[in-house]
Design a protein around this ligand. Structure first.
Ligand code: NAP
Length: 400
């Protein structure tokens, strides 16, 4: 990485000291050869900041901000004293600054875009502040606690400036499934989609009397908000948007007061981004049984001449291609385990911001809103309504 790529940052650092103004000016007017002058302008580096430095940022999504091409992590923020500075110290280059205060963080010189990696209950307030400061936003899923909140985030940030972290869209494995659909491995039409999850679907931090993922004020509901949103988005991306038909949400085990079982039915709609169009009335059924002690996670996409079967909540598990008689005739595997599962998506967002590459799999506010709306429909029977601030009137004590 050339220091020249960081001119704006260098200017701020150097001109803080009167004695080195001359040096900075000399540095800003480098001698260029005719060959260099004829080169196309170098795409800018994106100077990223992160708000929220917890579990997801530690390994999945933090390091890509300094490892991706064209990206630099210049500022990080969380409230606990000393913790942001501690995080900033591990960022190579020694230029990342840690903040404990949102206003100060947003004033960091040259900040272009911000990754919001806090819990969903804080997304709206933080995204509004980041957007008001004129920065682009890449926000974690689920974007809002309900569709009204997701729509408010989309409105505050703007469709062109909002990116959302449905990272599985960017996995090579997801692209492999798209290729199989495109090449007709299951026929020329999708006829149905079914998904079943038994168990917690790999949800983390589930210890203690009230994990945050089961507190509607922080997460928007039970585990379907955290885990189920990924699958609904993946079906949307691979097979098309889902029109809601009916759902049932209930509580199987006593304890936290939120739902732990959801059954959902819908129909696939036609969409221009899917590799294979669905048949008329292609049925979608999903079942999440978070109370089950079994471990089952299976997504089946059925077509006119066969089916694809796979674990949904994985970046690397094999994808099985079955014929009409349900016999496995191909296995697509050997997917590399990514060091940081969010890196491919963060590279794509960075490329999009730099204007160097536009990936078809980018996740934006519109698809996040479709998923939020489906989650609302799936859960409205349990919560009574899913309007703005429904968590304030929902009596979780009474449901225990
Ligand atoms: N895309 C994926 O595959 C994936 C995977 C896991 C999680 N996630 C999502 O990532 C988000 C974060 O989850 P997590 O598990 O990392 O949560 P977490 O471990 O609880 O971390 C949250 C972080 O946010 C900070 N924070 C909280 N409130 C804040 C505020 N008002 N201003 C600034 N910082 C604040 C916390 O630090 P302080 O308390 O010190 O401020 C902490 O560093 C959630 O939306 C989750 O669903 C996504």
């Amino acid at each position: 990485m050339l220091l020249r790529d960081h001119f704006p940052t260098c200017l701020v650092l150097l001109t803080r000291r009167d004695s080195v103004v001359a040096l900075s000016m000399a540095f800003l007017t480098p001698t260029t050869t005719t060959a260099e002058q004829n080169l196309p302008a170098r795409p800018p580096f994106i100077r990223w900041g992160i708000i929220g430095l917890g579990d997801v940022t530690r390994q999945k999504s933090g390091p890509p901000f300094w490892k991706c091409e064209g990206s630099e992590l210049v500022a990080v923020m969380r409230r606990t004293p000393g913790k942001a500075q501690e995080f900033a110290k591990q960022v190579p280059g020694g230029r990342c600054v840690g903040y404990e205060n949102l206003e100060a963080f947003l004033q960091h010189p040259g900040l272009d875009a911000v990754y919001v990696a806090t819990r969903p209950g804080t997304h709206l307030e933080i995204c509004k502040a980041v957007a008001a400061a004129g920065k682009k936003v890449y926000v974690e899923k689920p974007v809002g606690r309900c569709a009204v909140e997701t729509a408010s985030i989309l409105k505050a940030v703007g469709a062109d400036k909002l990116y959302t972290a449905y990272i599985s869209r960017a996995y090579p494995r997801t692209e492999a499934v798209r290729q199989l659909l495109k090449e007709g491995a299951i026929g020329d039409r999708i006829t149905s989609v079914s998904y079943v999850l038994h168990g917690k679907g790999g949800a983390r931090d589930m210890d203690g009397p009230m994990p945050w993922r089961l507190d509607p004020a922080q997460s928007g509901g039970g585990l379907i908000m955290d885990v189920g949103c990924h699958v609904l988005d993946r079906i949307d991306y691979l097979c098309g948007p889902i029109k809601f038909l009916r759902a049932e949400a209930k509580r199987m085990e006593p304890g936290t007061g939120v739902e732990d079982y959801v059954r959902f039915e819908g129909v696939l709609q036609q969409a221009n981004w899917t590799p294979l169009l669905p048949s008329r009335n292609a049925y979608v059924s999903c079942e999440w049984d978070f109370a089950s002690v079994q471990n089952l996670d299976e997504l089946i996409i059925r077509g006119s001449s066969g089916s694809l079967r796979m674990i949904a909540m994985s970046a690397v598990a094999p994808v099985y291609v079955l014929d009409k008689a349900d016999k496995v005739n191909r296995v697509v595997d050997n997917f590399e385990v990514p060091e940081h599962t969010a890196q491919a998506m963060i590279q794509a967002v960075t490329d999009d911001l730099r204007g160097t590459r536009r990936s078809a799999f980018l996740s934006k506010g519109e698809n996040a809103l479709r998923t939020s709306m489906l989650l609302d429909r799936a859960l409205e029977g349990y919560y009574g309504n899913r309007d703005d601030r429904f968590w304030e009137v929902f009596d979780s004590q009474a449901r225990r």
